[in-house]
Design a protein around this ligand. Structure first.
Ligand SMILES: N[C@@H](CCC(=O)N[C@@H](CS)C(=O)NCC(=O)O)C(=O)O
Length: 215
């Protein structure tokens, strides 16, 4: 790839937002350089590229920066608009898929995650693409698959850290199968941080939060 077409991702290894982008680039087979950012000492380049939010991930393509993970994912699919597509061609299916992507983005966090998972499980079962989930064809993941595995792929580390079941296979069989099948794919394994590193990251994060409470 010539310098003018270069793709660079600024991210951090533990960020689910960076992982979304890394996964999309790998699924599409787009070569890229990766810059690991230290969020407690952000690089001048990151501040220049994302002066509004000052956050990772930032994708730089042809020298131009794009910020916000979901914006970046759509940019990737529009720019490298060949198979596998991250969004379906059918407008209704694409709208439904983006609806659930937005739901995972906004709602699937630590608090009340069980109720949110129930809504997601039921919503996917009655969606226009119900038959397709959770079946994958090779490594052809779409935007929602990327969101699911980047957001929930660390659930085993979170379960160990919190000492509670998050994705209970009896309560959420579809989500459990979906996420665990995705985690078996080589492309997903490539971007998944080692389990022990994630658990110790969560522990360190908690200790730091206890030391410097925000309120
Ligand atoms: N809405 C953003 C969120 C990205 C985000 O929260 N990034 C965090 C790391 S996981 C960050 O850069 N934090 C640095 C800061 O807030 O100063 C996206 O989807 O890209």
């Amino acid at each position: 790839m010539g310098e003018e077409n270069k793709v660079i991702l600024h991210g951090t290894w533990s960020s689910t937002y960076s992982k979304r982008v890394e996964l999309a680039l790998k699924i599409k087979g787009i070569p890229f350089d990766y810059v690991e950012e230290n969020l407690s000492n952000k690089s001048d380049l990151l501040l220049k590229y994302n002066p509004v939010y000052k956050k990772i991930p930032v994708l730089v393509h042809q020298g131009k920066p794009i910020a916000e993970s979901l914006v970046i994912l759509e940019y990737i699919d529009e720019t490298w608009n060949y198979e596998p597509r991250l969004l379906p061609d059918d407008p209704y299916e694409s709208a439904t898929l983006r609806f659930w992507v937005g739901y995972v983005q906004q709602k699937i966090a630590f608090e009340n995650v069980c109720e949110k998972l129930r809504v997601l499980e039921e919503g996917i079962k009655s969606s226009s693409f119900a038959e397709k989930k959770p079946n994958f064809h090779g490594q052809n993941l779409d935007l929602l698959d990327i969101m699911m595995v980047a957001t929930l792929g660390a659930f085993r580390a979170q379960e160990e850290f919190l000492g509670v079941k998050i994705i209970d296979p009896e309560k959420y069989p579809l989500i459990f199968k979906w996420v665990t099948d995705l985690m078996e794919l080589p492309v997903v394994k490539e971007i998944t941080p080692p389990h022990d590193e994630l658990v110790s990251f969560l522990q360190k994060f908690k200790q730091a939060a206890l030391k410097f409470p925000t309120n």
